[in-house]
Structure formats: structure tokens, C-alpha cells
Ligand binder design. Structure first.
Ligand code: CAA
Ligand code: NAI
Length: 310
């Protein structure tokens, strides 16, 4: 059996024991992260409902998923393009879309929230979902920087609440941070770890500390790069070249900030600065603030620290 065909069968051999009790997943917010999470969840055999504010956004997200799947199959099914096309069709058939979040969670095992990085907006969403979702449904947030416990208080199911923090681009990045709050039950936490495995991710256990593991180290590094440029010590291009060739990073910090989204980086640093005003690692940056106020949010708007093809 050709290697590509074996991979194909591995993706389709969805047994309930492999996936634990998570079969139906609802992903709310289908932007950069939500679309990637939906793609990987559907690729690994889960039935996925994607929720966003308008049908127009949802069709764009589905189109982005299809484009990303083309990239995945190009290599994985290089020797069997027909199997690749079948794989894409099967994955797409597991994705449905809705604009009504409360209706979408009526028959779901797991909610993954990936909307804007704003505590009040996330709390409002979860409070309404709590009334609509079945009792067994586990709620999770993909937040980059907001304490999970601050979001969970909007619900009556804190024992069935945790964090699932994916990395961009989700189809490529192998890591999943699984976060528990003091109230998270062992059963919930173990189910989330098993779900991470079912998604073919490597999981790490995280406490509910600012930025968990990766962002607590990565975001201060990215912000210090911006401050370096503000101090006139180097150009963004030279900093990026230096970190790629001198430290082996796949992207320099400015390329990465553009890739993550300058608005998301600003939400993260502003939130932490408000909470920990004396920590110099969390100081806001006038240059970042200026670019965000000009709508230069990075790759997604066509310009951030660099200009990009949209
Ligand atoms: C803010 C937060 O809360 C947390 C975060 O996410 S922080 C951000 C974490 N992410 C990172 O640090 C990303 C750093 N960058 C990288 O790892 C790499 O630059 C990258 C994987 C994004 C791109 O890699 P690259 O080698 O420069 O480009 P490219 O050749 O286009 O891509 C490499 C592979 O990934 C695939 N790929 C890239 N993006 C993809 C996508 N969106 N969907 C599917 N496949 C994709 C490509 O098809 C390619 O596959 P093959 O090797 O099979 O050809
Ligand atoms: N950008 C990144 O690299 C990463 C971001 N995150 C986190 O993931 C979350 C989403 O980030 P991105 O995908 O980058 O943002 P994005 O801006 O690309 O997408 C957010 C989506 O949520 C939708 N949305 C907003 N409010 C909504 C609501 N009330 N109901 C339904 N949909 C709503 C928007 O229409 C948009 O499509 C944030 O919490 C962010 O911190 C986590 C890991 C990496």
C-alpha cells in the first residue's frame, strides 16, 4: 500500500475510543485561528460546526480551509492526487456553518472559542452558551493571554472549563497547550488531553498563568524587538535577519508579529500591562500602538511592519 494511501486510511479510521468522548466540536470565531482549528478537527475525524458573525465571513473561512487543505494534500498525497481530492471532500463534508452560536452548541461535546481577544466579549458569549449547551459539553477558550478562570466565571460549569491554546498556523504547528483552572475536573482535563492527541498534536500541561508557556516567553521577546527599533538600535529587517540566521528562528520577530496580527499583540500586551503595571516586560509600545491605530494589522490587512500581498 502506498504511503499516501496509508495516511489516508489513518485519517479516516475514526473510532470513538481513539477520540475519547469528543465527536462533535463547535468552533466559535473562524478567523485566522478558528479556521485552522476547524480544519484540523475535521481532518482528524471530528464533526465540526463553525460559528461566526456573518455568512460572508463563514464562506471566506471555508474557502481558506480548502486552500490550506490543498497545501496539505500536495505533499501527503503526492503519489495519489485522487485520494487527496477525496480526502479534501471528506474533510469539507464534516464542516457545517452557523451564525447562531446558541443553536450551534445544542448537540456538541466540545466548544472551542476563538473570537476577539476581549474578556467582556468572551464572557458574554460563554454566558449565553452555558444556557444553551447540554450538561456534558466542555467549554474551552483559545485565548492567547486572558486568564481562563476570568472567562469561566461567566458560566455555571467551571469543572467543565479549560483552555486549549493552539498555534498559528494550526495545520503546521505541532503544539497544543492544555490549561486547567483550579475548578477543572480531572475528567475534563484528561478528555482535553485525549482530544489533543486525537488532533495529532503534542500537548503540554499548563497552569493558568499569563501567556501560559509559549506566549509568556514569546510575546516579551517580540515586544523587545519593537522597542529595539523604537530606540533606533536596528531596523526591523536587520533584527529579522539576525534572529533567523543567528538564532535559527523560522521567522524574525517582526515577520512573526505581522503573522500573528498587530491587533492581537496589542490586546495581549495592553491586558498584561493593565494587570501588572510594574513589569517592564509588559510595557506597551508607541510604535505598535501607532500602526494598529492606522489599521496596519499585519498580513491580514496587507500591511504591518512590512507590506504583504493580500
Ligand atoms: C499569538 C499566540 O497566541 C500563539 C502563536 O500562535 S505564536 C506564533 C507561533 N507560530 C510561529 O512561531 C510560526 C513561525 N513560522 C514558521 O514556523 C514557518 O515560517 C511557517 C510554518 C509559518 C512557514 O514555513 P516556511 O518554510 O517559511 O514556508 P512554507 O514553505 O510556505 O511552509 C512550510 C510548510 O508548511 C505548510 N504550510 C504553511 N502554512 C500553512 C497553512 N496555513 N496551511 C497548511 N499548510 C501550511 C506549507 O505548505 C509547507 O509545507 P511542505 O513543507 O509540505 O511544503
Ligand atoms: N493570531 C494568532 O496568532 C493567535 C491568536 N490566538 C487567540 O485566538 C483568538 C482569535 O484570534 P484570531 O483568530 O487571530 O482573530 P481573528 O480576528 O482572525 O478572528 C476572530 C474571529 O472571531 C469572529 N468573532 C468576533 N466576535 C464574535 C462573536 N461574538 N461571535 C462569533 N464570532 C465572533 C470575528 O468575526 C473573526 O472572524 C484570540 O483570542 C487570540 O488571542 C491564539 C493563538 C494564536
Amino acid at each position: 500500500m502506498a504511503q499516501a494511501t496509508r495516511v489516508f486510511f489513518r485519517h479516516f479510521s475514526s473510532s470513538s475510543s481513539r477520540f475519547g468522548n469528543i465527536k462533535n466540536v463547535t468552533i466559535i470565531g473562524t478567523g485566522l485561528m478558528g479556521a485552522g482549528i476547524a480544519q484540523v478537527a475535521a481532518s482528524t475525524g471530528h464533526h465540526v460546526v463553525m460559528v461566526d458573525q456573518t455568512d460572508d465571513i463563514l464562506s471566506k473561512s471555508k474557502a481558506n480551509i480548502e486552500k490550506s487543505l490543498q497545501r496539505v494534500v500536495k505533499k501527503k498525497y503526492a503519489d495519489n492526487p485522487k485520494a487527496g481530492e477525496t480526502f479534501i471532500a471528506e474533510v469539507m463534508s464534516r464542516l457545517t456553518t452557523k451564525t447562531d452560536a446558541a443553536a450551534a452548541v445544542k448537540n456538541t461535546d466540545l466548544v472551542i472559542e476563538a473570537i476577539v481577544e476581549n474578556l467582556e466579549v468572551k464572557k458574554k458569549l460563554f454566558s449565553s452558551l452555558d444556557k444553551a449547551a447540554p450538561k456534558h459539553t466542555i467549554f474551552t477558550s483559545n485565548t492567547s493571554s486572558i486568564p481562563i478562570k476570568d472567562i469561566a466565571v461567566a458560566t455555571q460549569r467551571q469543572d467543565r472549563f479549560g483552555g486549549l491554546h493552539f498555534f498559528n498556523p494550526v495545520p503546521v504547528m505541532k503544539l497544543l497547550e492544555v490549561i486547567r483552572i483550579p475548578a477543572t475536573s480531572d475528567e475534563t482535563f484528561n478528555t482535553l488531553l485525549a482530544f489533543g492527541k486525537a488532533m495529532d498534536k503534542s500537548t503540554v500541561n499548563c497552569k493558568d498563568t499569563p501567556g501560559f508557556i509559549v506566549n509568556r516567553l514569546l510575546v516579551p521577546y517580540m515586544m523587545e524587538a519593537v522597542r529595539m527599533v523604537e530606540r533606533g538600535e536596528a531596523s526591523p529587517q536587520d533584527v529579522d535577519t539576525a534572529m533567523k540566521l543567528g538564532a535559527g528562528y523560522p521567522m524574525g520577530p517582526f515577520e512573526l508579529t505581522d503573522y500573528v496580527g498587530l491587533d492581537t499583540c496589542k490586546f495581549i500586551i495592553d491586558g498584561w500591562h493593565k494587570k501588572y503595571p510594574d513589569n517592564p516586560l509588559f510595557m506597551p509600545s508607541p510604535l505598535l500602538d501607532k500602526l494598529v491605530s492606522e489599521g496596519k494589522l499585519g498580513n491580514k490587512t496587507g500591511e504591518g511592519f512590512y507590506k504583504h500581498k493580500k
